[in-house]
Design a protein around this ligand. Structure first.
Ligand code: 3H9
Length: 689
């Protein structure tokens, strides 16, 4: 017996327990003893049935992702499942926590699956750029039907034990002692007698497949994949399960898996998986956390309301503060409306809506924030206003309360200095809509106490955010790099590109939309107002705004929009404006290719990331990737800007940056020393690493 797999006999039922903390991944040191134990139990007359269960907080959460990309050590998961399917006595998976990926595939190798009522089951491989490679694409459709299986495999989203029971994935769900119930279930099955049919031999549900519906779903999917290979491979594999004999479909799945696992997209997505977890590791993470029970939010506008909802969704009571009763009621009404939309869409029950609304307390009096453990300010983006708010907070907040600013750009050190307790001050930069977007930049100011930082990092996770700690600088990591990415946008237009051409280069790269479409969606007046406040200009965008072209909301911006449509249409008026502005500057139009667009937008993005590392504003290159993948739509199949720099080749990036630097003299093109060192060593360095 091994310390990772143990076997016990409960009144003739063999219980095989996997114990590989924290998530019982199927590492080699688990697979080997598991295979050996099952091989013995298959022929052991003392065992009339076999239950596979897990110790700790969860059933097997998948293959061991750290083993991918290395030579596979035998026995593989597939061999374990093949062995399971040769066992004549009943085999039962007892599932608690999450049965994910290879974990669910292992369970599919059993005759029966029983689950704790709180368990979740899914095949999330697609989120790692993979498909289920342990027979999941071939066995799951045999239990739940091909259309349902395709939906689960392509979304990667787990389903509840209740839904799994309703669809036929799980045979029984239990409250209370799962293992005792599983053993009783196994006992009953053994008494009932066989033959017990392996999932691989159950073809009835497949025969019912409505192929037209299946193919329509697969076509719909292909339209949404934005260059990702895995979802298409998933659809192909499930189609094989319908069209090919079991063994052939299994072999085809294996080939598809092998191709994906060695490809760049899966490497990139696996990088992001670990990067997100790494980002949570901040100095002081093991310190005693401060108690956060009630959260105060100042400002009930779009941002403040969204932040308040994010906390209420996480179960926290929230005090929402506004300057006047009218603004407060408007904010609360907006929150109620947002929840009502979720109810009408079926993503929230009426009961849950009422429960969440019950967590809100509105106020117009700062004194009501005195019992809050964390207070987040989401007022107008102006230093004088922020300082005044923090001065008032300093007077009323309880000792040890964490005071956070939701600023997107401003100097958090200066904000902290307006209080007598800078150790309790930090930035929490949410992204709009704050109740939906996963990213949270936590801004560590010079004097922020480590335990305050650790508390907020921990809290972010509890409300479902992906948190990244960043340092103080104008725009922090995300918005600062966004400025570098957009610095050449207008120059590209003046020199001959069209907005549609630039946007297409972005969407071909895998972004959900390009910068001009994005501008029209967000509203061009926002950038205009910011530029005016900072004494900056943008020749074309400013003129568009002066003409009242604010984007989608006015039906005209960089593009024009038919009434009621969000489809951007090229506008000859905008093209004429661009050419006129170019002529005023004596710039002649020339052909601009996709490559040049990428070089002048995404290479400066990487270069700015390198400067951010050099200054220690980010502790790790992977933190920057997490920011860009979760907050700005950087294609996950490319792993974020800093990972992509490795794929693209740092040498090439430097060479082209130097070329553009020489040609334009612009600082965004001057290669950062950290980028040069990355080109030499293949490793990103940070001043804070
Ligand atoms: C697969 O199964 C392929 C097969 O189809 C084919 C095979 C042939 N491996 O997330 P947490 C680590 S692909 C290795 O913070 P939570 C994680 O890095 C796999 N390590 O916990 C972290 O380490 P650290 C399909 C793993 O409670 C620690 O465990 N399965 C794995 O918030 C805790 O993780 C998946 O994609 C792994 N599979 O969430 C599921 N999983 O402490 C991936 C976790 O050093 N896992 N670690 O930072 C998850 O979604 C979440 O971890 C889970 C728990 C929901 C299970």
């Amino acid at each position: 017996m091994s310390s990772f797999v143990s076997v016990a006999n409960e009144n003739g039922v063999a219980v095989v327990t996997i114990n590989n903390p924290p998530v019982n991944a199927l590492s080699f040191h688990v697979r080997k003893p598991l295979y050996e134990a099952l091989a013995v139990l298959r022929d052991d007359p003392a065992a009339k049935a076999i239950v596979i269960a897990c110790a700790g907080r969860t059933f097997v959460a998948g293959a061991d992702i750290t083993e991918f990309g290395k030579p596979v050590e035998q026995p593989e998961l597939r061999a374990i499942i093949a062995l399971l399917e040769t066992i004549a006595k009943p085999t039962i998976a007892a599932i608690h926590g999450t049965a994910l990926g290879g974990g669910l595939e292992l369970a599919l190798g059993c005759h029966f699956r029983v689950a704790d009522r709180g368990a979740k089951l899914g095949l999330p491989e697609v989120t790692l750029g993979l498909l289920p490679g342990g027979g999941g694409t071939v066995r799951l459709p045999r239990l739940v039907g091909a259309v349902k299986a395709l939906g689960m495999i392509v979304s990667g989203a787990p389903i509840s034990a209740g839904e799994a029971k309703a669809t036929g994935l799980v045979d029984e769900t239990f409250d209370g002692d799962l293992l005792a119930n599983a053993v009783r279930f196994a006992d009953e099955m053994a008494d009932r007698g066989g033959p017990f049919v392996p999932v691989g031999d159950r073809n009835e549900r497949l025969a019912e497949t409505d192929l037209a519906a299946f193919d329509a779903q697969a076509v719909d999917l292909a339209r949404k994949t934005r260059g990702l290979e895995a979802p298409l491979a998933c659809a192909k594999a499930v189609r094989n399960a319908i069209a090919l004999p079991f063994d052939e479909a299994l072999a085809a799945e294996r080939q598809l898996f092998a191709k994906l696992v060695s490809g760049d997209q899966s490497r990139a997505q696996r990088h992001l998986f670990f990067a997100e977890r790494e980002a949570a590791k901040v100095p002081g993470k093991d310190l005693q956390k401060r108690r956060i029970e009630r959260v105060g939010i100042i400002g009930a506008g779009t941002m403040g309301g969204g932040i308040a909802m994010a906390f209420a969704n996480g179960g926290f009571p929230v005090t929402l503060l506004e300057t006047g009763e009218e603004a407060l009621q408007r904010g609360l009404a907006m929150i109620e409306k947002n929840y009502a939309v979720s109810v009408s869409r079926g993503s929230l029950t009426e009961e849950a809506k009422q429960q969440r609304l019950g967590l809100f307390k509105g106020s117009t009096d700062y004194a009501d924030l005195a019992d809050c453990d964390l207070i987040i300010e989401a007022v107008f983006e102006d230093m004088a206003v922020k300082k005044e708010v923090f001065g008032r907070l300093d007077a009323i907040a309880k000792p040890g309360a964490i005071l956070a600013s939701n600023t997107s750009y401003l100097d958090v050190d200066a904000i902290a200095a307006s209080t007598s307790r800078p150790q309790d001050v930090l930035g929490m930069h949410f992204f709009s809509p704050a109740n939906v977007m996963k990213l949270l930049e936590i801004v560590r100011a010079e004097k922020t106490a480590p335990d305050a930082l650790a508390t907020v990092t921990d809290l972010a996770r509890r409300i479902g955010k992906v948190a990244v700690v960043v340092g103080v600088c104008h725009g922090f990591v995300g918005n600062r790099m966004l400025s570098a990415r957009g610095a050449e946008n207008e120059a590209l237009l003046l020199e001959g590109a069209t907005p549609a051409q630039v946007d297409k280069a972005f969407t071909d790269f895998g972004w959900p939309m390009g910068p001009f479409q994005m501008g029209d969606l967000a509203g061009l007046d926002i950038g205009w107002r910011n530029r005016k406040a900072r004494g900056q200009t943008a020749v074309i965008a400013d003129t568009l705004c002066e003409e009242g072209r604010f984007g989608q909301k006015t039906g005209r911006g960089w593009y024009r929009y038919e009434s009621g449509s969000r489809e951007p249409l090229a506008d000859p008026e905008v093209e004429a404006l661009i050419r006129a502005k170019a002529a005023e500057r004596g710039i002649e139009a020339r052909a601009i290719g996709t490559e040049e667009i990428i070089e002048r937008t995404l290479y400066p993005l990487v270069n700015e990331g390198a400067k951010i590392l050099e200054e220690g504003v980010a502790a790790r290159a992977s933190d920057i990737d997490v920011v860009w993948a979760n907050g700005y739509g950087f294609p996950v199949g490319k792993g974020g800007p800093m990972f992509w720099a490795g794929l693209e080749g740092a040498g090439r990036i430097i060479e082209r940056l130097e070329y553009w630097h020489q040609r334009t003299g612009r600082a965004i093109f001057e290669p950062a020393p950290v980028l040069r060192r990355f080109a030499e060593t293949g490793r990103w360095e940070s001043a804070r690493g």
